[in-house]
Structures are given as structure tokens and as C-alpha cells.
Design a protein around this ligand. Sequence first.
Ligand SMILES: [Zn+2]
Ligand SMILES: [Zn+2]
Length: 327
Amino acid sequence: MAEHSGKAYESDAKQTDEKTGNTTPVAHSCGHDVHIMGLIGALEAFNFHKDAWSGTLIAIFQPGEECSGGAQSMIDNGLKYKIPLPDVYFGQHVLGVIPGAHVGTKPGAVFTTASSIKIKLFAKGSHGSMPHFGIDPIVLAAHIILRLQFIVSREINPNEMAVITVGRIDAGTKSNIIPDDATLYLNTRAYNQDVADKLHASIERVVKGECEASGCLKAPEIEYYDEYPLTLNNDEAYEQVSSAFDEYFGERHLKLPTQTASEDFSIIPDALGVPYCYCSIGGFKDYENAPGNHNPAFAPDIECSLDTGMESLVVAACSSFVRDIQE
Ligand SMILES: [Zn+2]
Ligand SMILES: [Zn+2]
């Protein structure tokens, strides 16, 4: 996306507008350069103070968090056989929702599950003046979209969080042609895998039922993509990290509110079968006016994000060495 941070260290990557010839800096605007530098800084600190600790520290620089394939590709490429099995796995991301120079973590669910779903409806095209010769996929899609709104409000326990969004509809070309088919693109979120499974079962039931009600001759195609697991902090790993953060950061350690975003880091600890703890760091000194991730101005302030990013990784890792010594 275009970057409009106005910062001296804005992205070097530039996009040129073909018509005007103007160049704009482009960035992912999510702070992943902060994570890279925080981890490199932590490795330098551990290397510099080799005499002060013992154990094995493994740094994972995971690509492709955004398109959901990065963690899985590391597992598919045999990460398990390339590193010793860790006792605990830590993940970190910079966010605008906590103040700069602060760290945030929480027990239990941190980020939601996420799934994208492509649904193709097969109807029967006709002339717009002769609807009785066709099966109208646009009317069908409208019914499905409306019916989907009742899943969260009528089928999910009100104590649970769930989101279904229809973000895109592709259908038709002209006002007087009833198209042959229509495609819907959905996105779901939940803080509980059982709720996510229930959402998906209900979506499939509604879509198939409405297709049947419209008299479709072919069953709909339902395809899941860009799927993210639930990010769930392990209780023991959370206790260990959070007490070390309390000791080191004091009031700069906050309880992170649950986030409705999603990430794929936990695919790695899940595949390795080891406990996981995720933490966030704040990216902006002026927290009140901090942009959200993926805002064109999301270029975190250097000192407060890099220092805190590095320190929190060192403190989290040290907390697990301390546990080893105590045991
Ligand atoms: Zn991002
Ligand atoms: Zn990100």
C-alpha cells in the first residue's frame, strides 16, 4: 500500500504512477521491520553476554504472516528437523493499540480464528424480461446474504464472539441479463475453534438450503482459503512471561485487550507441540493519535518500538532460562 508516514525512514520501495510519472513510497505498513530488528537486537545482546546464560536460543524469522502461508511453509519445509525442540515459543507483533514503550500480553485467546470462503452459486441465466426461463442467482445471493446475518444473532451463544462478513459479490454484466452464476466472498472470525466450526457448518447449511429453495440444478462450490488458527496463549508460558515482564517493565507491562485480528505464528508451536506465548509492543509515543496497522501512516517510532521489542524478547527468553535453573 502507499505509505504516507512522512518519516525520514519511510520505505525505499517506490511505485511509479504510469500516467503522471509520480513516485510514491509503498510499504506493508504493519511494522514487520520492527520485529526483524528487535530479534536481531536480542540475538546481539545474548551473543554479547554469552557468559551470563546457558541453554539454546532459537530465533525464527517467519515470512508471509500476512497471506497466512509463512508459518505453514516453514513447517512444510521441515523446520522440525532443522532445530532442536524448544521448551517454549514466543511471538511478537507491534500494534497501535497500546502505547509506545509498553508491552502487552494476556492469558488465553489473543487473536481470533479467521477464514475466507469463496462460494460459487450455479443458477440459470435468462433475458431480464423473461425471469421465468431462468433461476436468478442475484436474488438467490441476496437471500443468502440476509440469511447469513441470523447465524451470529440467532445461532451463536451470546457469550461468544463471532463475525461473518460478506466482503465481495461478483455477479452479472448488464441490467437486462440474468446471469448464470454468482460468487460470494465471506470472512469469519471467532475466539473459539468450536464457534468457528459452528459458523462454517451453519454457513454451508444456509447456502445449500437456499440453493435448493431456488431450484438450482447444481450444488454450490464452497472453498476455504487464507485460514488462520486461533492464537491461544498457554497458561504456564503466559504466567512465566508476564511475571518477568512485571519485574522488568513494571507499569509499562499492560494486559492486552483481545484483538479481532488474526495471525499465523502459532502454527509453528502447534506443529512442534510446544507451549506458546504471544506479546505485543506499542509502536507510537503519541498513543492517542497512533494509526492502526495497515494505515498509510503506520511507521512505528524508532526508539520506543525497537528498544521495547528487543528488551521484551530478551526478558521473555531469560524467563525460560530462569525456569530451567529453578528446575
Ligand atoms: Zn499486516
Ligand atoms: Zn503483520
